[in-house]
Design a protein around this ligand. Structure first.
Ligand code: KG4
Ligand code: ZN
Length: 349
């Protein structure tokens, strides 16, 4: 077991959307990281909030038990519990938060509420000791697409965000429209599109780059999604099947171009020395390669978590609690879920 000088054992719980995740950290080191993903999403065409919370209730105790076992520790050894309290689906958040609060109360240890967007951003610290400040963070997932100026841990200023769909949501909806999400195991569209795109020409079709010409660093992805849906319905099934790699590569390129261009604009504007790229969509190779090249050209260092820490996980929840170093809260039921929590709210904690 890789331990940390501080020896502080943190149990982290993350249930903001459809993954039931738990992790154990010793200081800053992850010693176990477990997750149960829901297989219902594909069947119902996306996350159904009520079903998601019922699945969390089914999974949460086994996932915690398994993770604790893998870590080679016992519940009584844990010093603090970190749990996501927002943003996310209220029913999903409630399951994780109530479980965390019950455990913390029973064990008489503190609980640390964690902002999910902040945790995506700070996931880079699971594998990186330091980041040169100031930085710009591009958090791009299924629920969020935003750019934040970061002066340091806990010091954030929102620079831009999506005005409608998140980039990951766009990947998911387009994958579904292309008929790629066939089995119950295929709950995320991004990796399915990325796989097809590997053999495709990114210049084959000129899909729109929404808001690229506007001067700000906001995003919009619903127009691109609609353009793809119209493109699909105006071509035959055979054409779509034959040109699948080109369609996927061209669509992926449109999303990547917008994300990279806006991220660079935000970096230039704020004089950032680093670009933090995180969230589920940061698992996309084309995005990381193009963002790294663009950052290098501006002498900016790009940092991104490895794939397993890009999509929802509890290790990032744990590292956020550890890095914030807040003492936590003791006592029964003192923290409620905050479905609409903003990144800036993390500055108050
Ligand atoms: O961070 P995450 O697990 O959940 C949210 O907090 O939303 O992100 C999931 C999103 C999904 O929309 C998924 O399609 C997208 O991240 N994603 C990807 C890739 N892997 C996951 N998008 C593009 N390329 C990928 N390789
Ligand atoms: Zn997330």
């Amino acid at each position: 077991m890789k331990t940390d000088a501080s020896g502080l054992l943190t149990l982290a719980i993350e249930t903001s959307c459809d993954d039931t995740a738990a992790a154990v950290l010793c200081g800053r080191h992850v010693i176990a990281n477990g997750v149960a993903s829901q297989l219902l999403d594909a069947k119902f065409g996306g996350v159904v909030p009520e079903l998601a919370s019922r699945q969390h209730m089914r999974h949460i105790i086994p996932v915690i038990r398994r993770t604790i076992q893998q870590a080679g520790v016992e519940l009584k050894d844990i010093h603090q519990i970190a749990a996501t309290y927002g943003p996310g689906l209220v029913g999903s958040l409630l399951v994780g938060l109530n479980t965390a609060q019950s455990l913390a109360y029973g064990l008489n240890i503190p609980i640390i509420p964690v902002n999910h967007v902040e945790s995506h951003m700070l996931a880079v610290f699971l594998e990186t000791e330091t980041v040169e400040w100031p930085a710009v963070a591009l958090v791009v997932s299924g629920g969020h697409t935003l750019l934040s100026e970061v002066e340091g841990i806990g010091r954030y200023r929102l620079a831009g965000e999506t005005q409608d769909d998140a980039a990951g949501e766009c990947f998911d909806k387009v994958a579904r429209a292309l008929g790629l999400m066939k089995s119950a195991e295929q709950t995320m569209g991004g990796p399915l599109i990325e796989k097809r795109a590997q053999n495709g020409n990114p210049d084959a079709f000129a899909f729109p780059r929404p808001m690229l010409r506007s001067n700000d660093v906001h995003f919009s992805f619903s127009g691109l999604k609609t353009a793809l849906i119209q493109f699909i319905s105006s071509h035959t099934e055979d054409f779509i099947r034959e040109r699948m790699p080109d369609i996927c590569a061209s669509f992926q390129e449109a999303v990547v171009d917008v994300l990279v261009e806006k991220a660079m604009r935000a970096c230039l504007r704020s004089g950032a020395r680093s670009l933090i790229l995180s969230g589920g969509v940061a698992a996309n190779k084309r995005l990381t390669v193009k963002a790294a090249a663009a950052a290098l050209a501006l002498s900016i260092r790009m940092v991104a978590p490895s794939k397993k820490f890009c999509t929802d996980n509890a290790a990032m929840t744990g590292i956020t609690a550890v890095l914030r170093g807040t003492p936590g809260i003791k006592g029964p039921g003192r923290i409620g879920p905050r479905p609409n929590l903003r990144l800036e709210d993390a500055c108050e904690v």
